[in-house]
Design a binder for this molecule. Sequence first.
Ligand code: ZN
Length: 183
Amino acid sequence: MTKWDAAMRQALSVARQAGQHGDVPIGALVMDADGALVAVGGNERELTGDPTAHAEVLALRRAAAIRGSWRLDDCTLVATLEPCTMCAGAAVLARVERIVFGAYDPKAGAVASLFDVVRDPRLNHRPEVTGGVLADQCGRLIREFFGSIARGDVSEWPMELASKASVGQPTEGSNPSVTARRA
Ligand SMILES: [Zn+2]
């Protein structure tokens, strides 16, 4: 149990909704300093045909719109999968206080696994990072999604994407400064 489990469960339910429209089931949300939900986002890349429609970017955009400011400096971004370079960059630009994620993404993760673009000492804003919250559940949801493609249940997805289903485990060389709390 971590203090972020309840938030991650909410992000997981957003992720499941993304899977229902054929998108990789990844969900994100933005919480304020009191732990109140500000906005959610699910992966909509397939739904909208927008390469930037990642869950985290959508959640950050909506949170900024709701609060009337791009600056989300008392907020926490929670995502079911370790953010990619774009989303990690967006989180820094939004000045979020903290990034919490579920499954590690050794192929594209940009806050611990493959890169760490949020805690470079040359940046003047560096969010805290907590990884591995309900990692097994978050990773399993994605693996099951790609598994159903491999079985032909989701026919529009190319088979080679099933190889992406390895997410969920921290890799050798994961940044040791990440607070890894394995679920
Ligand atoms: Zn992303």
